[in-house]
Design a protein around this ligand. Structure first.
Ligand code: DAH
Length: 347
C-alpha cells in the first residue's frame, strides 16, 4: 500500500513537470491529455478515494497543483497563439476564420447605362462599339459637319497629334461616330445602341466634365418615320422614369438629323407641377434626336431613296442625375465610397 501511494505521488509530480514543460505543440491535444474527461488528471482524481485519510490533505493539494499547472499552461499557450495571429510576423494560422470583407458595388453610371441598354434591347436594339480615338470623318465629316462649319464648335474637341497629321485624329466628342462605323460595316435593317465614353475640352465643374458617357441609338430600315422615333422614345421614358412620364419634342438643330428635336420628360420630382429641379418649367431635357439626314446615309453608302432612319443620343451622367438627384458631376469620378455605395446593392 505504501508503495502504491508513493508511485501515485510520483506520477502526480512527474505529470506536473511535464505539464509545465509541455512537449505537446497542439493545445487541444494537451487539453485532452491533461484535462479531458478521460484525461490523466481525472483518472488520478478517480484513484484519490484509495488514499489513506491521513494523507488525503497533502496528496489532495498535490493533485490540485497539477490541475492548476495544466490549466495555466493552456491559458499561456492560447494567448501566445493569439499574439502570433495578431502580429505581423507572417506566422499566422491560415485556418483561422477571417473577418467578413465588404463587397464592392457597381458604379452608378454602369447601373444606369445597363438599364438604358436593357430597355432598348427589349425592343430589338443590340449593342455596337467603335473606337474612342477617331478620325475627323467619323466624328464630323460623315455626320454632315462641313469643314470650317460653325457646328463643329458646338463640341470642343481634343485633337490627337500624330506624325505629320494635324487635325485629323480626335478623341470622339460624341458617340454619334458609332452610327457611321455601323452604317459602313453593316446593311439595313440596322437597330443599334452604342454606349461609350466621350471627350470634350471643357473645364471641370459641377455641370461639365472633360470625360463623360453617352448612349447613341440608330434605327435604319425602309419606311422608318418620325412617329416610330416618338413611340420608341416614349416607351424608353416610361420604362426609365416611370409609367406616368410624359414627353415633349422641341425643334432643334443637329447637322446629322433633319428634322432634329430635343426631348423633355415631365419632371419626375414634381410630376410636372414645377420645382427647383425643373426650374419651375415642369420639364427636364433628356436627349437629342431626329431623322437621319439623307447626306449622312449617303456618306456611309446607304441609299437614302430606299432607306430612312432615326437617331438619338443621351448623356448617361445626366440620366443618372435626374434619376437619383445627383447635383454634381464630379461625384461620379471622385470614387468616394460614401457616394459609390449608395447605388448598387446587387452582387
Ligand atoms: N451627338 C449629340 C451630342 O453629343 C447628341 C445627339 C443628338 C445624337 C441628336 C443623335 C441625335 O443621334 O440624333 O450632343
Amino acid at each position: 500500500m505504501r508503495n502504491k501511494i508513493q508511485s501515485y505521488i510520483n506520477e502526480i509530480q512527474s505529470l506536473k513537470s511535464e505539464a509545465l514543460q509541455n512537449k505537446i505543440a497542439d493545445i487541444e491535444q494537451f487539453r485532452i491529455k491533461f484535462l479531458g474527461k478521460k484525461g490523466v488528471i481525472s483518472e488520478l482524481f478517480g484513484q484519490f478515494k484509495d488514499v489513506p485519510n491521513e494523507q488525503k490533505k497533502e496528496i489532495g493539494q498535490l493533485l490540485n497543483q497539477l490541475k492548476v499547472a495544466a490549466q495555466t499552461k493552456i491559458e499561456e499557450l492560447r494567448s501566445s497563439v493569439a499574439e502570433t495571429i495578431s502580429d505581423d510576423s507572417g506566422n499566422c494560422d491560415l485556418t483561422m476564420p477571417t473577418d467578413f470583407s465588404e463587397l464592392g458595388s457597381r458604379h452608378v453610371l454602369s447601373v444606369v447605362q445597363n438599364e438604358i441598354i436593357e430597355i432598348f434591347s427589349r425592343i430589338g436594339f443590340t449593342v455596337s462599339e467603335a473606337p474612342e480615338i477617331e478620325d475627323d470623318w467619323h466624328v464630323f465629316s460623315a455626320l454632315n459637319f462641313p469643314p470650317e462649319h460653325p457646328a463643329r464648335d458646338m463640341q470642343d474637341t481634343f485633337f490627337v497629334e500624330k506624325e505629320g497629321q494635324h487635325g485629323d485624329v480626335v478623341l470622339r466628342t460624341h458617340t454619334s461616330s458609332v452610327q457611321v462605323r455601323e452604317m459602313e460595316r453593316s446593311k439595313p435593317p440596322i437597330r443599334i445602341i452604342a454606349p461609350g465614353r466621350v471627350f470634350r475640352n471643357e473645364a471641370i465643374s459641377a455641370r461639365a466634365h472633360c470625360i463623360f458617357h453617352q448612349v447613341e441609338g440608330l434605327y435604319i430600315d425602309k419606311n422608318v418615320s418620325f412617329a416610330d422615333l416618338k413611340q420608341a422614345l416614349l416607351y424608353f421614358a416610361k420604362e426609365m422614369f416611370g409609367p406616368d412620364t410624359r414627353i415633349r419634342l422641341r425643334p432643334s438643330y443637329f447637322p446629322f438629323t433633319e428634322p432634329s428635336a430635343e426631348m423633355d420628360i415631365s419632371c419626375n420630382i414634381c410630376g410636372g407641377k414645377g420645382c427647383n429641379i425643373c426650374k419651375h418649367t415642369g420639364w427636364l431635357e433628356i436627349l437629342g434626336c431626329g431623322m437621319v439626314d439623307p447626306n449622312v446615309l449617303e456618306a456611309s453608302g446607304i441609299d437614302s431613296n430606299v432607306y430612312s432612319g432615326f437617331a438619338f443620343g443621351m448623356g448617361v451622367e445626366r440620366m443618372a442625375m435626374l434619376k437619383y438627384q445627383i447635383r454634381d458631376l464630379r461625384l461620379y469620378f471622385e470614387n468616394d465610397l460614401r457616394f459609390l455605395k449608395q447605388f448598387d446593392t446587387l452582387i
